[in-house]
Design a protein around this ligand. Structure first.
Ligand code: DGL
Length: 263
């Protein structure tokens, strides 16, 4: 039996739309409910307790909407809150995100990997455990990127200030000759065109959006809850002003969607 219940997806803001795009591509028939917590951006500079509280609130709303699965489309929210969410909803399929250390360790040719992510992600015990587990024999350089998420939120994917910030964050990683860079925040895949101008062509860029979509598909398949039939709708809520998100949406979600207030 096809299952038409929505899939709930959320992020601190618009970054998770990069993950939503992978989900939409892999699962065209699904109904997608996306919450952007734009009123509380950036999570990367907030305390884990604050992030956990926001995540519980958003997850509760998506659960009440009948979501058959939850995707935490944010690395920072995952490290702060995914364990908590799994404890609260033990029966609910929940997919989190983590920086792509394992694929990067497999992809690097010179054993030097750079990680671009938020301060919150890079300082977490969960990230340290990820390195211990998968970065064996690989030198990993981490680079927090304060300010970059805000540029993506403004829809400034290519302007001089975004370029200046990104160039500064890349400099130490490229100087150390990292041949593989992890985009460890869901906002950063939107900067791939700019990154392509700023890093040498042989540098490999990895993110986990597609892997998250595949994981979601497999969990729904096992539960017998995949939708089938015509293209499903996408609905978006934001805790910031809906007009602000609507203004940047054409760049980040070209298919368009109505944006409602999350209150
Ligand atoms: N998009 C989020 C992530 O993947 C973080 C953005 C923020 O700092 O709010 O880590």
């Amino acid at each position: 039996m096809a299952d038409e219940a929505p899939i709930g997806v959320f992020d601190s803001g618009v970054g998770g739309l990069s993950v939503l795009a992978e989900i939409r591509q892999l699962l065209p028939a699904e109904t997608l409910h996306y919450v952007a917590d734009c009123g509380h951006i950036p999570y990367g500079e907030k305390t884990p307790a604050f992030i956990r509280e926001r995540c519980q609130l958003i997850a509760a709303r998506l659960h009440a909407q009948g979501a058959k699965a939850l995707v935490v489309a944010c690395n920072t929210a995952t490290v702060a809150a995914v364990a908590d969410l799994r404890e609260r909803y033990p029966q609910w399929p929940i997919v989190g995100m983590e920086p792509a250390v394992k694929p990067a360790a497999a992809a690097t040719r010179n054993g030097r990997v750079g990680v671009l992510a938020t301060t919150g992600t890079l300082q977490s015990a969960k990230f340290a455990a990820l390195l211990d587990r998968f970065a064996l024999g690989v030198q990993v350089l981490t680079q927090p990127c304060p300010g970059l998420v805000e540029q993506v939120e403004r829809g400034d994917l290519h302007g001089p200030e975004t370029r200046r910030l990104l160039q500064g964050f890349l400099e130490p990683l490229l100087a150390a000759e990292c041949d593989t860079l992890i985009l460890g925040c869901t906002h950063y895949p939107f900067l791939r065109p700019l990154l392509a101008e700023l890093v040498p062509p042989e540098v490999i860029l990895v993110d986990t959006g597609a892997a998250v979509a595949r994981r979601l598909q497999s969990l729904l398949a096992v539960a017998g809850r995949l939708a089938s039939g015509p293209a499903g709708p996408t609905r978006i809520w934001t805790s910031g002003p809906p007009t602000e998100l609507s203004a940047v949406l054409p760049q980040l979600w070209p298919a368009g969607a109505e944006v409602k207030a999350f209150v």
